[in-house]
Design a protein around this ligand. Structure first.
Ligand code: SF4
Length: 573
């Protein structure tokens, strides 16, 4: 799709009051016409005395908000890309939502976090609908899509119901709750199941991830929650997603060479990326390759359960599964040791020492693939298993043998449930710019990238280079908050290095003292789950405030409890 070329190489927005802005900001006393329609101007909406001031209980005029809205509107009209850095407190969401609604285009809004998605869907859009159409003259068609693993796969649940393989009382309890809920839920979104812990192992076996999905060949396709979500998206004006879903979808479309039915997000007139500082990382993870020990286990489990159910589990198939089950953990155990994420620099030496184990694992995958392909009159899911086995073979070969200079190879160890460890072998492109330029920015009419932190030294040059965004208008709007006078920033000068064993005890003690000063009412945020759990356990029973821990319930339920419990302290990552 063609975009207008820009005569100004830096594409900087002009300052307020110059020709770029069609509205100028009046003094507060100047009356604003009482227009409450979709065609109310941005000035009539945001300015003092305007629609927002009459409808929002905590209205304050924010010049930056109006400026941002005007910039977004111009980008949408002129079909250009735009980067806006707007400090916390600008009111960015309304500043892009109002022009989006006025444009009448179908727009995707992609965010970095679920919380922002929920704010947009449950708070900002209903508010705008009421403010702009107070008599219900129009209804906005809005769809809120999460990553596929948030939704229930009906096929997996029905298969499990036919032949329940559950481990432990907890899973039986969760199974009963999910099975009862499946009969009544409209969305299949697990956030509705407040009693289900975030890290439920059973949910992981039942979610609608794409690698296990049979697509149109699935017997539950017509009633599938993903099919329904896709249908809703096709009918919506505003589609709210997160960056993970957006880039997962983009990479599926790229692999399928933009076949019309590839992916679940429809064609749109514009994409607004809020929390755009996360784009490079998220994009890198979807245009890279990742293989974990869990993927081998899941493949073997899925094959076994399915073939047992269909009375097709032969001795030779069991032998092939046994071989993968033995060789995969053995191979992953040989990988260099280390915590968290670290680079896998010595792949060549590793392969010189452990090439036989690598080949053994590849052969066992090949054998499993052949066994699956040779099954007579196979059920549909078997084709999917064979594809997964082959994908693992190809990806593992790339991870261990590729000499691609634009790729960084690394290992990540994460704690899974029940004291198990998940090991991820990863390959991430060093530079996603060429991919994003061709797959995204050259194809989109208008992309708006916004966040509180995007510029480096007032310039977007670095970011534009990293993302392959060659032509874009740019603006930096100042924060609405008076940080110097209203915020306190404390850096403990004497804590040990976070990597040392002494850190958790010292940090817990300091956090306890700070919480006593703040009388609770705090988020305590960590960069790792291990540290979060450790400090939480140390403080359990030590604090007089209610303590909430990420993972004990869905995030929305926890946040709601946090909001409703004034002195509560929430431990999260
Ligand atoms: S179409 Fe895919 S996600 Fe939907 S029920 Fe079937 S297998 Fe599950």
């Amino acid at each position: 799709m063609a975009r207008v070329s820009d005569p100004d190489p830096h594409n900087r927005l002009q300052v307020p009051g110059s020709a770029y802005y069609s509205d100028s900001v009046p003094p507060a006393s100047q009356p604003v016409p009482d227009t409450k329609k979709r065609d109310v101007s941005l000035y009539q909406f945001f300015a003092p005395g305007g629609v927002l001031s009459r409808t929002h209980p905590a209205y304050e005029f924010r010049r930056g908000q109006l400026q941002m809205a005007q910039a977004v509107e111009q980008a949408l009209e002129e079909k250009r890309h735009l980067i806006v850095e707007a400090g916390t407190g600008t009111g960015k969401t309304l500043a892009y939502l109002v022009p989006v609604i006025r444009s009448g285009k179908r727009v995707i809004i992609s965010t970095g976090t679920k919380n922002l998605q929920e704010q947009l869907f449950h708070k900002d859009i209903p508010f705008l609908e009421q403010a702009l159409f107070p008599n219900g003259e129009a209804k906005l068609k809005v769809c809120y899509m999460k990553g596929r693993n948030n939704y229930l796969c009906r096929k997996k649940l029905y298969d499990l119901t036919d032949q329940p393989v559950l481990s432990g009382l907890e899973e039986i309890e969760h199974y009963r709750a999910i099975a009862a809920w499946e009969k009544v839920t409209q969305s299949g979104d697990k956030a509705e199941l407040a009693s289900l812990p975030e890290a439920s192992a059973l949910w992981h076996k039942l979610d609608a991830r794409s690698d296990t999905c049979l697509g149109q060949k699935c017997s539950a396709w017509d009633r599938c929650f993903i099919t329904e979500m896709h249908r809703r998206a096709m009918e919506s004006d505003i589609i709210i997603v997160n960056h993970h879903l957006f880039f997962a979808d983009l990479s599926i479309k790229q692999q399928a060479e933009y076949a019309p039915d590839a992916g679940i997000l429809p064609e749109v007139g514009a994409v607004i990326f809020d929390e755009a500082h996360e784009l490079e990382d998220v994009a890198g993870s979807y245009f890279g390759v990742s293989v974990s020990n869990a993927r081998f286990e899941e493949l073997c489990r899925d094959v076994e359960v399915s073939l047992q159910r269909n009375h097709m589990l032969s001795a030779s198939m069991s032998g092939a599964l046994k071989s993968v089950r033995e060789r995969a953990p053995f191979f992953f155990a040989l990988l260099p040791q280390g915590d968290g994420r670290f680079s896998f620099e010595n792949r060549r030496e590793f392969m010189e020492e452990n090439g036989d184990e690598f080949l053994g694992l590849q052969q066992s995958l090949g054998r499993l693939g052949s066994e699956l392909e040779n099954l007579p009159s196979k059920p549909e899911e078997v084709f999917n298993f064979a594809r997964r086995a082959q994908e693992l073979q190809v990806q593992l070969a790339f991870l261990m043998e590729s000499e691609d200079r634009n790729t960084v190879f690394w290992i990540e160890r994460r704690r899974g449930g029940r004291d198990r460890q998940n090991v991820f072998l990863q390959a991430t492109p060093i530079d996603v710019a060429p991919i994003l330029k061709t797959c995204l920015f050259d194809k989109l009419q208008c992309a708006v990238l916004t966040s509180a932190t995007l510029a480096v030294g007032g310039s977007f040059e670095y970011m534009r280079q990293r993302l392959g965004l060659e032509h874009a208008r740019e603006t930096v709007l100042p924060s609405h908050f008076d940080y110097e006078n209203q915020a306190l920033f404390y850096v403990p000068p004497d804590l040990p290095d976070p990597r040392t064993p002494q850190f958790a005890a010292k940090a817990a003690d300091r956090i306890r003292r700070l919480l006593e000063v703040s009388r609770g009412r705090a988020f305590v945020l960590f960069t790792s789950y291990a540290q979060m759990n450790d400090v939480y356990q140390r403080l359990l029973g030590e604090l007089e405030f209610p303590m909430l821990l990420q993972g004990d319930a869905p995030k929305t339920a926890l946040l709601e409890e946090f909001r409703l419990t004034p002195p509560a302290v929430l431990f999260a990552t």
